[in-house]
Design a protein around this ligand. Structure first.
Ligand code: TMP
Ligand code: ASP
Length: 234
């Protein structure tokens, strides 16, 4: 498969066409942004680490019966993926209070939630990804109700599979963000699953192993990303 024309450049990936219109080439970048792109930087080797972790977890999810866009890893930092029609809604799943949840509702960081909380955000940087409720998603036409039900069921299952998978490797999966797309009538998980899109804490100590190290200048970002990938892919 050959890398074709650049189709789209996002903050963390470049998406290219290939000679097959049903297949795209996704290249993971080292550049990192936070707070809606206000903070910019580079995390050494992030592209290859996120590509490795995403490929591995997509395979774990496929084995658990969750269809994903992932087809094959083609270079250290590139995946072949299904060309999907993306749904412009980011699904956030939370098991433990952190990040914007703590800020918005003045909660104690680290509070274990009685049940996972599922949230919806509109994927639109120019609007700063505003939070949506179910009515906004359906009535404003971002996603139909039947499709949203399938997404919610998939997100619950993904959370169950990944939480267990992380726990067995000594990590708490605090929260994470998912993006979905369709091809015909089929629904697939898209984008990536990486320390950029998850909060990952050491289960025993609460030490932060994710992009919060970059967001809040905690240092040793690369070595923590490396340790996540090492333990999750071992
Ligand atoms: P939040 O607490 O900032 O709302 O983030 C919740 C989770 O979603 C966290 O694991 C990081 C991830 N996330 C993204 O992947 N992209 C984003 O643009 C944001 C805001 C969060
Ligand atoms: N990914 C978003 C940004 O680049 C927000 C974040 O992850 O903090 O701004």
């Amino acid at each position: 498969m050959k890398k074709g024309k650049l189709l789209y450049e996002g903050k963390a990936k470049r998406i290219y066409r290939t000679d097959d219109p049903a297949v795209l080439w996704a290249e993971f970048k080292d550049s990192a942004t936070a707070f809606d792109g206000d903070k910019k930087g580079t995390i050494a080797r992030k592209g290859e680490l996120n590509a490795a972790m995403s490929a591995h977890l997509f395979a774990v999810l496929e084995r658990a019966g969750v269809p994903t866009h992932f087809l094959e890893q083609v270079t250290e930092r590139a995946h072949l993926i299904r060309n999907l029609t993306m749904i412009p809604v980011e699904i956030v799943m939370r098991n433990v209070a952190a990040g914007s949840l703590v800020k918005r509702y003045a909660l104690e960081r680290g509070l274990i939630l009685k049940k996972p909380i599922l949230e919806y955000y509109l994927k639109d940087d120019s609007l700063h990804d505003p939070m949506l409720n179910r009515n906004h998603v359906i009535i404003l036409g971002y996603c139909t109700e039947p499709k949203l039900r399938r997404i919610e069921a998939a997100a619950v299952k993904i959370n169950r599979v990944l939480r267990n998978y992380f726990r067995k490797r000594g990590f708490a999966l605090v929260d994470f963000k998912l993006e979905f797309g369709t091809r015909g009538s089929r629904l697939y998980l898209g984008d990536e699953i990486s320390p950029d899109t998850c909060r990952i804490w050491e289960a025993k100590t609460g030490e932060v192993f994710d992009k919060d190290r970059f967001r809040f200048d905690l240092g040793e970002v690369e070595s923590h990303y490396e340790e996540v990938v090492r333990r999750l892919t071992a």
